[in-house]
Ligand binder design. Structure first.
Ligand SMILES: [Zn+2]
Length: 408
C-alpha cells in the first residue's frame, strides 16, 4: 500500500511504508519546568521507502521554524570526539586541496563554529551559515563569520553573484534535515566553485538497518541515505559523488566527496556494488526492520524491568534527540529511570520530551550513584565510559541499548 505522499528526492508517488513509530513529541524540544503542565506538540513518525530512487524517508515534515528555533539546544562543541573528528577532516582537506588565504571554506549548519574554527586557525577565510541563533552567536565569538539564516538556493545565488563561491563546502548531518532536499543540493551546486568539493556527512542507512538504530529516526531526520539514493540526488543537479568513506561516528556514517566533474573512484564503485549485492536499493532490505525494532523494545524492557524488580536504580546518559526517540518509543518513564545526565549546560534543568525525565549535569551520577546508567548516547559510549571512570570504579555499570540491549 502506498502512503499518498511524494518522494522528497525524485517525486515518485508510490512510497512504501517500512516502520511506524507512532505520534511522538519533537525529539529536541526539551521541556522547561514551566512547560511541564502544557500539552506537548506531537507528530506522526512514519518511515517509507521509494522504490524509484531507493531513498528511505519519513512522511511527515514538521515546519523548520518549529524544529530549529532559538532554543535549539545542540552545541557541537560539547563532544570531544566530534571536535577531533572535525579537526582531522579539515587538516586533511587543507593538505589535499592545497587551501590558503585565497580560498573560501563554507559550512552549512555551522553550529557554534566547531569545524570552521580549524580553517580560521590556518588563516583560511570561512563563512558559516546556520539558522540557530544561540550557536551562531557562539561561533562569531570565536571568529567564525556566520550568516544566521537557512541555506537556500536563493542565498547560494546571492553569494555566488557577490563572488563568494566556495572551494570547500561542508555539510555535516544537515542534508537529512532539510525539507527542500533538491533546493539544498541545487544550492550547493550554485555555491561551489568549478574545481571545488563539497564534503558532506550523513548517517548511513545500511548501518541504521543492520544495527537496529531506530532511535536515529526522528522528525528532524527527514531522509536516511544510501549511496545509491545519494547518487541519484546529486546527478540531478550536475554533481558527482566521486569518493565516499564509511565512518564509525554516529553509529555509522558516510563522508561524501562531491564535485562538478565526474570521476567516480573505486571507493564509490565498491559501495554501489555492495548495496546492489545486499539489495539496499530494494524494499526487501527494509521488510523486517519494524519487527526487529519491536524485538529490541521488548528486550530492553525485560532488562530494565528485571533490574528494577531486583531493587536496582537506573539513570540515563545523553539528553540528545536519539535518547528522546528511544525513551518515548520504548516507554521508559520515571518508573524505570530516575533521571538523565548531559554535559550540555543548556539542557540541564530541563526535562526530556514526552516522558519528562529530569536532566542534570554528569556530576549527579557520583552524587546519586545509581546502579546502572542507560547510555542513550550510545554513539559516544567509549567517550562517556572513559569520562565516567570514577562512577564505574564505585561499582556503577552501563547499559548499551542498541543494537542488542546489554550490560557492559
Ligand atoms: Zn524517490
Amino acid at each position: 500500500m502506498a502512503t499518498g505522499v511524494n518522494c522528497r528526492s525524485c517525486g515518485h508517488a508510490g512510497l512504501k511504508p517500512v516502520l511506524d513509530l507512532g505520534r511522538t513529541p519533537l525529539a529536541d524540544r526539551l521541556v522547561s519546568a514551566a512547560q511541564l503542565a502544557e500539552q506537548e506538540p506531537a507528530y506522526p513518525l512514519q518511515v517509507a521507502f521509494c522504490s524509484q530512487c531507493s531513498l528511505l524517508q519519513i512522511i511527515e515534515t514538521v515546519p523548520p521554524e518549529v524544529l530549529f528555533c532559538e532554543d535549539y539546544p545542540y552545541y557541537s562543541s560539547f563532544s570531544d570526539a566530534l571536535l577531533r573528528h572535525s579537526r582531522d577532516n579539515v587538516l586533511d582537506l587543507i593538505r589535499r586541496r592545497d587551501l590558503g588565504s585565497q580560498s573560501l571554506a563554507v559550512e552549512l549548519a555551522s553550529n557554534d563554529g566547531y569545524l570552521l574554527k580549524n580553517y580560521v586557525e590556518a588563516g583560511i577565510p570561512v563563512l558559516g551559515i546556520d539558522p540557530a541563533e544561540g550557536p551562531a552567536r557562539e561561533a562569531e565569538k570565536i571568529g567564525v563569520r556566520t550568516l544566521n539564516t537557512f541555506f537556500t538556493v536563493e542565498l547560494a545565488k546571492r553569494l555566488a553573484a557577490e563572488g563568494r563561491q566556495a572551494d570547500v563546502i561542508h555539510g555535516n548531518n544537515v542534508l537529512a534535515h532539510v525539507a527542500d532536499t533538491n533546493g539544498f543540493v541545487g544550492g550547493i551546486a550554485t555555491l561551489l566553485k568549478d574545481g571545488g568539493v563539497a564534503v558532506i556527512e550523513v548517517p548511513y542507512v545500511k548501518d541504521l538497518i543492520d544495527h537496529r538504530e531506530f532511535d536515529t529516526i526522528y522528525h528532524e531526520h527527514l531522509c536516511y541515505f544510501s549511496v545509491t539514493a545519494l547518487d541519484h540526488l546529486f546527478r540531478r543537479h550536475g554533481l558527482y559523488l566521486n569518493e565516499v568513506k564509511r565512518l564509525s561516528i554516529h553509529g555509522g556514517s558516510l563522508r561524501l566527496y562531491v564535485e562538478k566533474v565526474e570521476r567516480v573512484g573505486p571507493s564509490m564503485q565498491e559501495l554501489l556494488a555492495l548495496e546492489a549485492a545486499e539489495r539496499v536499493d530494494r524494499i526487501d532490505f527494509y521488510h523486517d526492520f519494524a519487527r526487529r525494532v519491536e524485538h529490541l523494545k521488548a528486550e530492553l524492557l525485560v532488562l530494565l524491568r528485571g533490574l528494577k524488580a531486583d531493587g536496582r536504580t537506573i539513570a540515563a546518559y545523553g539528553a540528545a534527540a536519539k535518547g528522546a526517540t528511544l525513551i518515548n518509543y520504548v516507554g521508559i518513564g520515571r518508573d524505570l529511570v530516575d533521571f538523565v545526565v548531559d554535559r550540555n549546560i543548556h539542557k540541564q534543568g530541563k526535562y526530556m520530551p514526552g516522558q519528562h525525565l529530569p536532566i542534570f549535569g554528569p556530576e549527579k551520577l557520583l552524587e546519586a550513584q545509581p546502579d546502572f546508567v542507560l547510555l542513550l548516547a550510545w554513539n559516544f559510549a567509549t567517550e562517556i565510559i572513559e569520562q565516567q571512570a570514577e562512577y564505574a570504579r564505585r561499582g556503577g555499570r552501563f547499559i548499551v541499548p542498541v543494537p542488542v540491549p546489554r550490560v557492559v
